[in-house]
Design a protein around this ligand. Sequence first.
Ligand SMILES: *[C@@H]1O[C@H](CO)[C@@H](O)[C@H](O)[C@H]1NC(C)=O
Length: 453
Amino acid sequence: MSAAWIPALGLGVCLLLLPGPAGSEGAEGKSSTQEATGQAVSTAHPPTGKRLKKTPEKKTGNKDCKADIAFLIDGSFNIGQRRFNLQKNFVGKVALMLGIGTEGPHVGLVQASEHPKIEFYLKNFTSAKDVLFAIKEVGFRGGNSNTGKALKHTAQKFFTVDAGVRKGIPKVVVVFIDGWPSDDIEEAGIVAREFGVNVFIVSVAKPIPEELGMVQDVTFVDKAVCRNNGFFSYHMPNWFGTTKYVKPLVQKLCTHEQMMCSKTCYNSVNIAFLIDGSSSVGDSNFRLMLEFVSNIAKTFEISDIGAKIAAVQFTYDQRTEFSFTDYSTKENVLAVIRNIRYMSGGTATGDAISFTVRNVFGPIRESPNKNFLVIVTDGQSYDDVQGPAAAAHDAGITIFSVGVAWAPLDDLKDMASKPKESHAFFTREFTGLEPIVSDVIRGICRDFLESQQ
Ligand SMILES: *[C@@H]1O[C@H](CO)[C@@H](O)[C@H](O)[C@H]1NC(C)=O
């Protein structure tokens, strides 16, 4: 295998080291939604999701929108049969646009009514067509909406491994409330958060001033959502003409980095960058390296309880630009990256790896996050890289090596975690770093997911 990629690299402007499955995915930036990729997939599906063998067919769905979603629909007398049907219509359109498929979003449905009913689970259907059919079949139950009770039931009973929940993928419940809930949903919201479920509230036909007296708690939306930052609430004036509300909702449901209520690769990783500050890089290319680092960092949900970022610059010497616990907001992290001063000097990458493992990863040994080290270098190291890299791997740190210009392929391969072809990258020009951003992000998310299984 290794003989195949070395000649290939000589020609490459920016390519993956080995021709592999990841290489065929291209390097386009992340897109929020690919509309209705799951639309025309095959209807054949095994009765349980477990046995699914990968087929080359287009059953995979929208891979950019991995989420396990429960639609909690309103089946109360308050909404009534007619608007209940309009609601089902709307949910069907959302489901279709999501791009349901084996590798994309999975959805299920729960009906809130006097007593909640799980109509179908995540694992029941993995094609949009089957989901649409199942939604059509759902019958109106009636009674009080008891949304709180239904939300709690959904958090506890719907999102189980047996019912098809996938590890490391955001759990989402989209709660439809026509008017206002008949019971208290604050406690249910807390339960959902404990279960790592991201609660969205879609409120339709808000209570008018004359009705407000009947509403137990007018701030019910804020109390139940995953986080009260505006992202998790959505309003539609009524059930008519809702088509234009489909796409913005789908876009929200596919924005993984906002799903802070579930453990995902965006909020549960520590990423240290090891940046080559040697003389051969030069000032303007050094800026391009920082931009590369910054573009990766900004994808993650950085906070004291979320993703953490650190950076070390190295020549023969090492300098911790900032460690994992120094900054806990994205804004501060990006600002400090911008202000990193270029050192200029030699290149001792092996020492730099050992330094980083000891001084940057050492102090956060207890962190529940998965650890990553991204090394960006433009040249040959004067010391051995293999030993220090192996020690880092043993310490549970996954290494991505990114080489530019004169970086020798053997070094890149020696430093990278296995499988090498998806952890080592090379570009001849510094401008070629930009498309590698999405490769590294995808790699981090893939490794994170694997670590969760
Ligand atoms: C969904 O799967 C469960 C468990 O396998 C099964 O009991 C149920 O009948 C299925 N529901 C539908 C609507 O197919």
